[in-house]
Design a protein around this ligand. Structure first.
Ligand code: GRF
Length: 202
């Protein structure tokens, strides 16, 4: 069986990425960590990569003003790193067609709600939790899915529920959902690596 090689794309804090790195270090995920790409040169995600000794790359509209070239640079970097599973961890840019084609069915995303609810273009960060609270739903959660051309679309691999509490604010809800993300993302990747979850077309 081919060994899993994980690459990450992250724009900001990278706390989800860290939870996966920690799971690899603890031996809960039997895989190699081959690259961290960020569109944000100041991101904590890139600092974490440096600290962990994972090759890190800043690829953005600053380094590549043409979106197609940026897409090509991401696809090339991922290919050269040997990655065979790409993990989006708070990556705020849409993945380009070249990267999607090169890693078809092998790019995962995490969303802080139960898709297809509270997903789609513009639904990120606090906006998701604001919409959840405004809807009055008693249950929200976390979704992990394989990406396709559309925002927050594609086959769902795992879901976990989080209760919305009576006095929840956007911040308190976001914090509880993020804690669940830190459990579900590494757990799901461990299940992919062990063969318990089959990726589409792999
Ligand atoms: C998480 O809430 C994730 O669901 C969303 O972006 C956030 C990233 O947080 N896609 P972090 O960068 O992993 O801390």
């Amino acid at each position: 069986m081919t060994r899993f090689k994980l690459a990450f794309l992250a724009s900001h804090g990278g706390s989800n990425m860290q939870s996966i790195i920690d799971a690899v270090k603890l031996g809960h995920i039997d895989a190699d960590l081959v690259a961290v790409i960020s569109n944000n040169s100041n991101s904590t995600a890139l600092q974490r990569a440096k600290r962990e000794g994972i090759p890190d790359y800043h690829i953005s509209s600053q380094t590549h003003p043409d979106p197609d070239q940026m897409d090509a640079a991401i696809a090339d970097t991922l290919r050269q790193s040997g990655a065979n599973l790409v993990v989006l961890a708070g990556y705020m840019k849409k993945i380009g067609q070249r990267t999607l084609e090169a890693f078809k069915g092998r790019i995962l995303n995490i969303h802080p709600a139960l898709l297809p609810d509270f997903g789609g273009q513009g639904m990120y960060g606090k906006r998701v939790h604001e919409a959840v609270l405004a809807s009055g739903t008693p249950i929200t959660g976390v979704t992990i899915h394989v990406i396709d051309e559309q925002y927050d679309n594609g086959p769902v691999l795992a879901r976990a529920e989080v209760a919305v509490l009576e006095h929840d604010t956007v911040d308190s809800l976001a914090e509880r959902v993020l804690k669940k993300e830190h459990v579900l993302y590494p757990e799901t990747i461990a299940r992919i690596v062990s063969g318990e979850i089959q990726l589409p077309q792999s």
